[in-house]
Ligand binder design. Structure first.
Ligand code: NAI
Length: 347
């Protein structure tokens, strides 16, 4: 049996993974706590750890996992900014789920956009209180507006298709533009300048950290709507708040937040929220926050479980030759998704 310790486990994780226990030759231990330097000892005796977006896989955690004989870090998500991939190289194998449902995230982005521009969040509360007034509910048509999509990978492309279905004009920015895609690529500055709506779909990296900051917001159209379903730290939240207060930004829809790790995914009603910035953002009538739920569809959960189990079993049964492994190529400063070359491989 391959023993796997799950961190940051929720009920929906258990429900989607449990059918694989025993049948796939796996034995699971589910921990609700996140993986950190303080909790890593729980992985003792495991062959693999299975982690999510807010677990910490830094150098200290990697060292401890390696010392305990853990061979695999299986991310049950696509993003891997919480893992020190460079440090992990030649020490431990890191797998991710590169695609489980780009539709889930792209559809959630559009749901947030529609909710915001048509004030559905306000209407829902009003009519439940038998308040049928339309005062302050005027929205705007998406048809004919320009949407700027940053990152035209799997999710960005699905979002582009959805926006085109609404009759929106699409411009995009990507560090690696897709050839022959029919996408109208522009510079990031041009995207900021012409977009009525900006939607972020690129990964978080040193390059993209705070890509939406004070100077970027200055370049944007007055009344721009900003959507972030990617990673919180793509946006400097203080700059966003200032942009909203000055009415430069017309609305913000956030499924992610830079400091979400100790806030999101839990019921904190009845507690005093210590994060003043998030409290202030949430208090704004034109800000909608969801708790990193864009991925959360039945289809996505099923695909995440299937691919994660495949990643782990493939590592143990296929001589470690599996897709979906992340490695840091020496000298190229580029994360590559394919298996390490054999000479780089942890034995
Ligand atoms: P992907 O890897 O298919 O696409 C990412 C795109 O971003 C690529 O085209 C890449 O060339 C581009 N890119 C890389 N660096 C860039 C830069 N500096 N500037 C502009 N573009 C750059 O990834 P996918 O599946 O589309 O996911 C995108 C992001 O969505 C993930 O990195 C993750 O952070 C986030 N995500 C959020 C979820 C949620 O529940 N809110 C769920 C799944 C993913």
């Amino acid at each position: 049996m391959i023993k796997v310790a799950f961190f940051d486990t929720k009920d929906y994780d258990k429900a989607s993974f449990l059918p694989y226990e025993k049948t796939a030759g796996l034995e699971f231990k589910f921990y609700e706590t996140k993986l950190t330097e303080d909790t890593v000892d729980l992985a003792r005796g495991s062959d693999a750890v299975c982690v999510f977006v807010n677990d910490t896989v830094n150098a200290a955690v990697i060292d401890k996992l390696v010392a305990m004989g853990v061979k695999v870090v299986a991310l049950r998500c696509a993003g891997y900014n919480n893992v020190d991939i460079k440090y992990a190289m030649k020490k431990i194998h890191v797998f991710r789920v590169p695609a489980y449902s780009p539709y889930a995230v792209a559809e959630h982005a559009m749901a947030l956009l529609l909710t915001s521009v048509r004030r559905i969040h306000k209407a829902y509360i009003r009519t439940r209180d038998f308040n049928f007034s339309l005062s302050g509910m005027t929205g705007f048509d998406l048809h004919g507006k320009t949407v700027g999509v940053v990152g035209t990978g799997k999710i960005g492309r699905v979002f582009i298709d959805i926006c085109r279905g609404f009759g929106m004009k699409v411009v995009a920015y990507d560090l690696y533009p897709a050839a022959d895609s029919g996408i109208d690529y522009v510079s990031l500055d041009e995207l900021f300048k012409v977009s009525d709506v900006i939607s972020l779909h690129c990964p978080l990296s040193d390059e993209t950290w705070h890509m939406i900051d004070y100077p970027a917001i200055e370049k944007m159209k007055d009344g721009v709507v900003i959507l972030n379903t990617s990673r919180g730290a793509l946006i400097n939240a203080e700059a966003l708040l200032e942009g909203i207060k000055s009415k430069k930004i017309g609305a913000a829809c956030l499924d992610v937040y830079e400091e979400e790790a100790n806030i999101f995914f839990e019921d904190r009603s009845g507690h005093i929220l210590r994060d003043d910035l998030l409290s202030r953002l949430i208090s704004m009538p034109n800000v909608i926050v969801t708790s990193h739920q864009a991925f959360l569809t039945e289809e996505a959960l099923a695909n995440i479980a299937a691919t994660t189990v495949e990643n782990i079993t493939c590592f143990y049964h296929n001589n470690g030759n599996c897709d979906n492994e992340l490695c840091y190529r020496c000298g190229s400063a580029q994360i590559c998704e394919k298996t390490h070359l054999n000479n780089n491989r942890v034995q």
